[in-house]
Design a protein around this ligand. Sequence first.
Ligand code: S3P
Length: 166
Amino acid sequence: MSAPAVVLIGPMGVGKSTVGRLLAERLGVGYRDTDDDIVAGQGRPIADIFVEEGEPVFRALEKAAVRTALAEHEGVLALGGGAVLEDETRASLAGQCVVYLSMDVEEAVKRTGLNAARPLLAVNPRKQWRELMEARRRLYEEVATAVVATDGRSPEEVAQAVLEAV
Ligand code: S3P
């Protein structure tokens, strides 16, 4: 079975898509993003899926999208920020090259702000970021084979750091 060259995980807004595309270019492989797969499959934005169906339905769609992408994709694969919440997803990342792009909460608030397209941050971004990061940091660390800090670094610098880490 094929496996992605690199799987990128980490919180929303950390730059998984931008860094992932740069990385794919430098490695000469394709780039894939499970959020894009879900949007394409559902024909509507993620925010609409959250509002119309609720988070559990989104998580089920995400779990299936990750399973498919892990089995099919051989390039750089970026997962949505909450994908690691699913036990099955964390288990399926065992043995893969998984890079956790990290950032601190203040950087996260600065980068994402009050963003209606990111339904989990719609009300009080700083408080919600703290809660999200407290709940998720250990899950990212549990599955990561490398951690790359992004604070104060450009996407190019982060991509270079990922290349050196893998
Ligand atoms: C989410 C992150 C988003 C998207 C959805 C939920 C999360 O992906 O999957 O809005 O729970 O952190 P990005 O990390 O690509 O923004």
